[in-house]
Design a binder for this molecule. Structure first.
Ligand SMILES: NC(=O)c1ccc[n+]([C@@H]2O[C@H](COP(=O)([O-])OP(=O)(O)OC[C@H]3O[C@@H](n4cnc5c(N)ncnc54)[C@H](OP(=O)(O)O)[C@@H]3O)[C@@H](O)[C@H]2O)c1
Length: 376
């Protein structure tokens, strides 16, 4: 081959190899482009809590803010938490849950500051009932009308809003008839201080009595794959019959179903109630890991993490259920919101429930004192 011909050959070979590389790159990007996984998780699905005049339309997954200051061990600083809450708003979350007792008080303050720029665009729910004196919990209940009204005024200030979107009684107060609590809620609605109200961890009888006085928007109780009492005690069916929404708290069983907790996990002795819960003793954790393994196995075949399986299962249960997972991490927020993107058939969920039913759950969810406050 002469010099001219060799140069022509090399040039042609380089051009065709470059064309080949571009073509190969195109076919890879074509394969990747259509997936929504390339975008940041954004929740677009809505659910309605309650009905009629007192209904509330929110993102199908809410955000539980408690662990950002309270009961979930170490947490990032205020600025990081504010950034995460605002990130959740950008991703379409419109329901944020807090309570006076979380902190106490500092969780409402954090949520108030974080969500101030989004007033009118998102709903904050908060809760009264646990007695707080001079910023400290007394461990008692106080749902007397005058106390509720005072707590409401203080919550409005901490949350930096004119009106609370959803005000729950946190725990039933045996000294105050539920009709009186409902009547107080009616007065607060008429005064424009709250828009709607709800109850936590109560039975069907209490829900019915309260709803007859002032319609309830949502009942908030514990509900997840390791605690399904509300299916059996009539609470879910009462909500369905009366058109009341259901907010599932601790939907990942306080992190356990996410698989990051094991028998060696150390809970902060000053800021974590999990160390007081029988289900979080090292022995119970070790035994209950079999449950997480079933979720992992189910998830591996479908591209889901165990936390996503737990949340997607809750969403599949009824259209009036809204889970409120809590997190301090953007990666977990992303993961939790993506739960709403998975669709499994009823047969698939039945097979998951069937597998789980073979595993005994070790340890009570609450200790005796905490269980005593429940009217389930
Ligand atoms: N009404 C009531 O009586 C009541 C009682 C308890 C709670 N609540 C409400 O329910 C909300 C949530 O409850 P909760 O905090 O007890 O339980 P949860 O949401 O079931 O679990 C929260 C824990 O799970 C971890 N987590 C979150 N997403 C995860 C993921 N994808 N993978 C692995 N771990 C994950 C979090 O740690 P990271 O920070 O590391 O993500 C956090 O420690 C609270 O914020 C509160 O608003 C209400």
């Amino acid at each position: 081959m002469g010099n001219y011909n060799r140069r022509r050959f090399l040039k042609t070979a380089m051009i065709s190899s470059a064309i080949g590389m571009i073509a190969a790159k195109d076919s890879i990007s074509q394969k990747l482009e259509p997936s929504s996984h390339n975008l940041a998780a954004k929740i677009s699905k809505q659910r309605t809590l309650g009905s009629g005049r007192f209904c509330l339309s929110v993102s199908s997954i809410g955000f539980g803010c408690m662990g950002m200051t309270y009961n979930r061990s170490a947490h990032p600083g205020k600025e990081e938490c504010i950034r995460l809450i605002r990130n959740a708003v950008e991703r379409g979350v419109t329901l944020f849950d807090t309570a006076i007792i979380y902190g106490p008080l500092n969780n409402e303050k954090l949520v108030g500051e974080a969500l101030e720029p989004f007033r009118g665009q998102v709903a904050v729910s908060t809760k009264f009932g646990h007695e707080v004196i001079n910023g400290k919990s007394t461990g008692k209940q106080d749902s007397r009308p005058e106390t509720i009204k005072r707590y409401c005024d203080n919550s409005l200030m901490r949350l930096r809003v004119d009106c609370i979107e959803l005000f729950y009684q946190h725990r039933f107060d045996p000294k105050v008839p539920i009709e009186d609590v409902a009547g107080t809620m009616q007065e607060l609605i008429e005064a424009g201080k709250i828009k709607r109200w709800g109850l936590c961890e109560v039975n069907s009888e209490i829900i019915k009595k309260a709803h007859a006085v002032q319609p309830i928007t949502a009942v908030q109780s514990e509900y997840h794959l390791m605690w399904r009492n509300v299916e059996k005690n009539g609470v879910l069916s009462t909500c369905r019959e009366l058109g009341i929404g259901f907010v599932a708290y601790s939907p990942i069983n306080r992190g356990f179903l996410g698989g990051n907790i094991n028998e060696y996990t150390k809970f902060d002795t000053k800021n974590d109630n999990r160390q007081t819960l029988p289900r979080f003793s090292p022995d119970a954790i070790r035994a209950n890991m079999r449950i997480v393994e079933v979720l992992n196995e189910f998830g591996r075949q479908r591209g889901m993490t165990s936390a996503q399986v737990g949340l997607a299962w809750l969403l599949s249960k009824s259209p009036y259920i809204v889970p409120i997972p809590g997190t301090t991490k953007i990666s977990h927020l992303e993961e939790n919101l993506r739960s709403a993107e998975f669709q499994c058939s009823q047969d698939e969920w039945n097979s998951l429930e069937n597998e789980l039913s073979k595993i005994p759950i070790i340890g009570n969810r609450y200790n005796a004192e905490q269980e005593r406050q429940i009217r389930g």
